[in-house]
Write a protein of this length. Structure first.
Length: 451
């Protein structure tokens, strides 16, 4: 008996250590079984305590009185499916008559405590059916992307959501996006993940980095054009506007709107064109938008108006031409001048890392969701990379991108350098490179000869 007790203590200690040091391993070995049993055993009482039950139907009450049987109990939503995942559980519930999906969402925090889970979120799949996702541990503390993701053309997995699902940057669904973040908030790592995900795809990358190119120029082998100052940025944006106009002329020439042409063959954007005629899509990454909007004299003000006008035109008209904007910055507010709020209105996707003031969070989510604003300003400084991602539909999620070093991003871009297309309109801005693609980054330490 003593030996059995010792073994039991050692197993309990090993389980506790595993839960502390490797929560993902603990969940896959012990946690998922315990969670399934806990949910199935407590389900009825928890739903009743959370006010998620409905009284029995009148015919059931009448039948019970007629047959002299006990009064039927209140009914909870019916479990259609219970599916374990690598990070938690997924319940699909069938709502009872009179219940609403908002009732489940409002009780998510109480469900989290009652089922002893780390997080609970819900979403309505269709009328009367709600999916409840439960996470068994903090998946954002140590981000581990799944080995297989649903990667498609112009759809990049960039982060992990709080509910354990993958957060994708889908340019076909959300063509333009705004990314905000203070210094040391993880915005640069998010941008590296984005570039690393786009590098293997058939897409042209255009970068505007007014910090003398320190963020994007190490990745230059995968970029078709790069600008490191506002003057060059203005010319690059003008070239993109010219490219957009030429693509629209191509689409117009290929529409062939006649009575004998099926509707499916009438082109309205580049994705409706035949493969041999389709221009390569372009993703424009602006690293610090405030540097493009600031000015100190009349000459710089003219350049600033030229830049903002080009950005607004690309945001309004670029989607059909396959030109997508990824605007990043530490600060994005109306004090940057006229045209900024007009530009923001065209940026459907919003991602906010830790910001230094509530105004920046309001510029990101004020027109989407007040709850997202509150969540953005509550991001702790020690949680670098944690962000709030939302869109114009009002939905938002907590996400965190996996850490990708600059060296890793450079290696990926160098590996896929042969996919970098030539854009005739931006040929003068193609970065001039020297040395082989595997040339290592220069060391930050001075050499003995120069010390």
């Amino acid at each position: 008996m003593t030996g059995f007790t010792v073994v039991l203590v050692l197993v309990a200690a090993a389980v506790g250590l595993l839960r502390w040091r490797r929560p993902a391993w603990y969940w896959l070995t012990f946690g998922v079984t315990l969670a399934v049993v806990r949910v199935l055993v407590r389900y009825g009482s928890v739903m009743d305590a959370c006010g998620l039950t409905v009284p029995p139907a009148r015919w059931r009450l009448a039948l019970a009185r007629a047959t002299n049987r006990p009064t039927p109990e209140s009914r909870a939503p019916r479990i259609l499916r219970l599916r374990p995942t690598r990070t938690g559980l997924v319940l699909r519930l069938k709502l009872r008559p009179g219940q609403d999906a908002f009732d489940i969402a409002a009780a998510s925090d109480r469900l989290r405590h009652s089922f002893s889970m780390y997080g609970v979120t819900s979403r309505e799949l269709r009328s009367g059916v709600v999916e409840v996702r439960m996470t068994g541990y903090d998946v954002l503390k140590r981000v581990q992307m799944p080995a297989e993701t649903d990667t498609r053309s112009m759809r990049v997995p960039v982060a992990l959501r709080q509910d354990g699902s993958v957060h994708y940057r889908d340019y076909r669904a959300i063509p333009h996006a705004l990314t905000l973040g203070a210094t040391e908030s993880g915005k640069s790592v998010y941008q590296r993940n984005l570039v690393a995900g786009l590098a293997p795809m058939d897409v042209a990358l255009v970068g505007i980095d007014c910090k003398q190119g320190v963020e994007l120029f190490p990745l230059a082998r995968r970029f078709s054009a790069l600008a490191d100052d506002p003057d060059t940025a203005a010319e690059v944006l003008d070239g993109l506007v010219v490219r957009m106009e030429r693509i629209y002329q191509l689409i117009r020439a290929q529409q062939r709107i006649t009575a004998d042409v099926p509707d499916a063959e009438i082109a309205a954007d580049i994705w409706d064109l035949p493969d041999h005629l389709r221009p390569v899509p372009v993703v424009v990454l602006v690293d610090e938008v405030a540097e493009l909007a600031l000015y100190a004299n009349k000459e710089e003000e003219k350049r600033r108006d030229r830049i903002i006008t080009a950005l607004v035109r690309l945001a309004q008209l670029g989607r059909a031409a396959g030109i997508y904007l990824e605007i990043c910055g530490q600060r994005f507010g109306s004090e940057l001048g006229k045209g900024i709020t007009m530009l923001r209105a065209q940026l459907t996707g919003r991602t906010a890392h830790r910001v230094n003031d509530e105004t920046s969070a309001n510029m990101a989510f004020g027109d989407i969701s007040p709850d997202a604003v509150l969540a953005a300003i509550q991001i702790p400084a020690e949680m670098r990379g944690l962000a709030i991602a939302g869109d114009s539909s009002g939905g938002w999620h907590r996400i965190r991108a996996p850490h990708t070093s600059l060296r890793q991003a450079v290696n990926i871009c160098n590996r896929h350098a042969d996919r970098t297309p030539d854009l005739p309109e931006l040929a003068p801005f193609r970065p001039a490179l020297s040395g082989p693609a595997d040339t290592p980054l220069p060391s930050a330490e001075p050499s003995a000869a120069t010390a």
